[in-house]
Design a protein around this ligand. Structure first.
Ligand code: GTP
Ligand code: MG
Length: 420
């Protein structure tokens, strides 16, 4: 079943041309085979109420109680309707300004990186970060400028970014010159502590405010970064915590996207509100929030279609989803969780900048840190934006979504054993 959804996704759902095979479309036979007994978990009974409550200009008419899984259409998905874009173009000012993370102290008081926590070391072992430091200290056991140059190159190669790298290396240089380090291993320990100190301010776990009824979590991000998979993993986590939960299938561009979320819902016994392909995403979110309120659900997680941060109309649609949710609850969404692919590199910075401007990102999930991800971009994101990193995706299984842990992360990328 899982392989059914695994596909190459590096193109936007609408206005960019798709190379052949970039986004697979599924026939009704394929979908029927993948979901032999699929029934929508929640009838979209509140659709009429939702449409009445939302101003006409806000909602694209959708068919009532549309089946959740529709046959994939032969044509490309419809672009976002012009009136949706027009209604949404007045993007609201971002609620929270981007606050840069506090600079790393010259002599950080951070605890050293913790010894490997289960899973982190094993999963991040193949990261380009770990690889670029591999053998570095044994090749350069002497405390000199060559060692610092090598460290600088390794950090830049691992996508830590120029400004964060300069800050780290200059701090080490100063302390090396003042003879603070007895040997290269002491310098490595200082670097590990500096890296932990850089991430500590953003390692803030997601807190579910149980006074919010429900706590609304909106997931956003570019195509294929792992939004829907992360929702599935979160569904398991919240289910295990006995939190009444509901999912909203807000990626209405592809029938398979709705089916993918429903598969996660089935797996975890969680109801999914859906209206089918090409429905208005804001209308789905509105319906779902109404249904969640009516059922006394504690957490509602809304999926959205992947979009490139450069697609203005699609970015504006996110602002509209937020505004429509606020018609039912002025404090919703309580968390705008942006999912970032850890293999993305420095482009993640401009992605976050644009999504934050459009919808006010309050938390991050960095996925795919297992495998070949460089991992360094996490430091650049932390330093530039100071937005909390809630979770790290270190694999495809439900249990592979970890609460972001600065020490375990640094320890996995740069273990003590890499010393001279
Ligand atoms: N290795 C690894 N793969 C992941 C991780 N998270 C997601 N994936 C995989 O990434 C692929 C894309 O995941 P999706 O959840 O469909 O991504 P998405 O952002 O919802 O995609 P769109 O809806 O098309 O924008 C799937 O094959 C997932 O299994 C992770 O932490 N590690
Ligand atoms: Mg998705």
């Amino acid at each position: 079943m899982f392989d059914f959804f695994r596909r190459k996704k590096d193109q936007p759902p609408t206005d960019a041309a798709k190379p052949e095979g970039a986004t697979e479309r599924y026939s009704i036979e394929e979908l029927a085979a993948a979901f032999p007994s699929r029934q929508p978990e929640v009838e979209a009974v509140e659709h009429e109420a939702a449409r009445e409550a939302v101003e006409p200009s806000d909602v694209v008419p959708v068919e009532q109680a549309a089946p959740a899984v529709e046959p994939a259409r032969a044509s490309e998905p419809e672009p976002v309707p012009a009136e949706v874009i027009a209604a949404a173009l007045d993007i609201e000012p971002v609620a929270a300004p981007i606050a840069p993370a506090p600079p790393v102290a010259d002599h950080p008081v951070a605890e050293p990186a913790a010894p490997g926590k289960p899973g982190w070391r094993e999963r991040l072992r193949g990261s380009a970060f770990a690889r670029s430091f591999n053998g570095l200290f044994s090749r350069h056991p002497r405390l000199d400028d060559d060692l610092l140059d090598e460290i600088e190159t390794a950090l830049i190669t691992a996508d830590v970014g120029v400004s964060a790298t300069t800050q780290l290396v200059e701090s080490l240089r100063k302390r090396m010159k003042s003879r603070e380090f007895a040997d290269a291993n002491a310098l490595l320990a200082a670097l590990r502590a500096d890296l932990v100190a850089m991430l500590k301010p953003v390692a803030q776990p997601l807190q579910i405010d149980t006074n919010a009824k429900p706590f609304v979590l909106l997931t956003v991000g570019v195509n294929g970064v792992g939004k829907t998979t992360t929702i599935g993993k979160l569904a398991k986590r919240f289910k295990d915590e006995n939190r009444p939960l509901m999912l909203a299938a807000g990626d209405t561009f592809r029938a398979a996207a709705v089916a993918q979320l429903q598969a996660w819902g089935d797996r975890n016994g969680v109801p999914v509100v859906a209206q089918g392909q090409n429905a208005d995403a804001a209308s789905v979110a509105f319906d779902a929030l109404q249904a969640a309120k009516a059922r006394g659900t504690q957490v509602l997680i809304a999926d959205t279609a992947g979009r490139l941060h450069t697609q203005q109309g699609l970015m504006a649609e996110l602002g509209k989803i937020k505004r429509v949710l606020q018609k039912l609850d002025t404090s919703a969404p309580h968390e705008v969780l942006m999912v970032i692919d850890g293999t993305t590199g420095q482009n993640a910075l401009s992605q976050l900048r644009q999504f934050h401007a459009a919808v006010g990102v309050t938390g991050l999930v960095v996925t795919k840190l297992d495998g070949t991800a460089k991992g360094g971009v996490v430091f650049a994101l932390a330093r530039e934006f100071g937005i909390p990193i809630r979770f790290a995706g270190i694999g495809e299984r439900p249990e592979d979504l970890r609460v972001f842990d600065a020490e375990a992360f640094v320890d996995a990328l740069l273990p003590e054993s890499l010393g001279a």
